[in-house]
Design a protein around this ligand. Structure first.
Ligand code: NAP
Length: 332
């Protein structure tokens, strides 16, 4: 049987157990030109919360009754005259929160499990890795010597953003929740300093660690943290709006920045990004990461939990912060 997680209702606030239905269906047969993929790992991403909203976005919302959209890696177990893929190939794509997916292969690409463990294809050499690479290098237009702040710093994207900025000769300060995560940023990943937003005042932390202000703020969190960073901009500072996880479960309008006139005074820019815009440049990032990994210059951590039945509880770790690194669910 194929175990699946289906969107049952649109959540108001934090998703509840009634948000999704867990169901078992027959394993589908691939039609002519299709393949059947047995999924091994499912990526749990903050963006999934956005895809549940019935609003205009960069991608259509998940429909009620549809399998919850998610990135996956898995292995082809049946192929029916597929022109490109065969049994035994490993594919990365949008297989959804289910154990088996039938597809014509559109949007899927072949990965080599001998090159890296499968979870890495959802992490550093997957979507979060691409986001960090193009976000900090192309959108922020990073320069050597920049003073860089990154929020959500111990997460999948933030941890890579900070490490890339260090590799490029910048001073890097991370913002994360809790002592252990801050210790990890400085002692394991080589950040210059970290601010524990759950136990410290952000404004005092920024004043202490960035007395000369900020050149780049890479924001994954939004809300109060974005506002605090705006108050410390240097001339021509760049802010990358990558995400705003603090606002994703808001039941009223998201909190906007009140310190935005700092952009005017400092001739700063604030720019949004969507990683998919860089899809044709992914090979460049994969090559760079492969080299840095080989040379031991960059680290990526995956927080892997087991069992598709545990999807709901595991997904909520994105918002509670009870995980370190890229959140992944092992489903077979
Ligand atoms: P992640 O950081 O691995 O996981 C989310 C982390 O956010 C949690 O571990 C938690 O860490 C922190 N967090 C949760 N609620 C928070 C709050 N209220 N205030 C402050 N921090 C909070 O997730 P990710 O995959 O790296 O994604 C990071 C951001 O990038 C998300 O906003 C995501 O939507 C965005 N993103 C954007 C794109 C794009 O193309 N624009 C692509 C990928 C991801 P703490 O323990 O530190 O609180």
């Amino acid at each position: 049987m194929n175990k699946q997680v289906v969107l049952a209702e649109r959540p108001d606030g934090l998703p509840k157990s009634s948000t999704w239905t867990f169901q078992e269906t027959e394993i589908p047969e691939p039609k002519d030109g299709d393949v059947l993929i047995k999924q091994h790992y499912i990526s749990l991403d903050p963006a999934m919360r956005g895809w549940m909203r019935d609003v205009k976005s960069y991608i259509p919302p998940v429909g009620i009754g549809d399998v919850m959209r998610a990135g996956t890696v898995g292995e082809i177990v049946k192929a029916n005259n597929h022109p490109k893929f065969k049994v035994g190939d490993f594919l990365s794509g949008w297989g959804g929160v289910q154990q088996y997916t039938v597809t014509n292969g559109k949007g899927y690409f072949k990965i080599d499990p001998n090159k890296a463990p499968l979870p890495k294809f959802l992490s550093i050499i997957g979507m979060p890795g691409m986001t960090a690479y193009f976000g900090i290098l192309k959108v922020a237009e990073l320069k050597e010597g920049d003073i860089v702040i990154v929020s959500g710093a111990a997460g999948a994207v933030g941890s890579l953003v900070g490490q890339i900025a260090k590799l490029k000769g910048c001073r890097v300060v991370g913002i994360a929740g809790g002592k252990d995560k801050c210790y990890y940023l400085v002692n394991d990943l080589g950040f210059d300093a970290a601010i524990d937003y759950k136990n410290e005042n952000i404004y005092s932390g920024l004043k202490k660690h960035c007395p000369d202000g900020i050149d780049v703020f890479f924001d994954n969190v939004g809300g109060d943290i974005l506002d605090a960073a705006l108050s410390k901009l240097r001339m021509h500072a760049r802010i990358v709006i990558c995400g705003a996880i603090s606002q994703y479960n808001a039941t009223s309008r998201p909190k906007g920045p009140s310190n935005y006139l700092s952009l005017l005074v400092n001739r700063g820019t604030m720019k949004g990004m969507v990683v998919f815009d860089y899809a044709n440049q992914y090979p460049e990032a994969i090559e760079a990461y492969s080299k840095w990994l080989q040379e031991g210059k960059i680290k990526s951590k995956e927080a892997i939990y087991e069992g598709i039945e545990n999807f709901h509880d595991t997904f909520l770790r994105l918002f509670s912060g009870e995980k370190l690194g890229k959140l992944i669910l092992k489903v077979s």
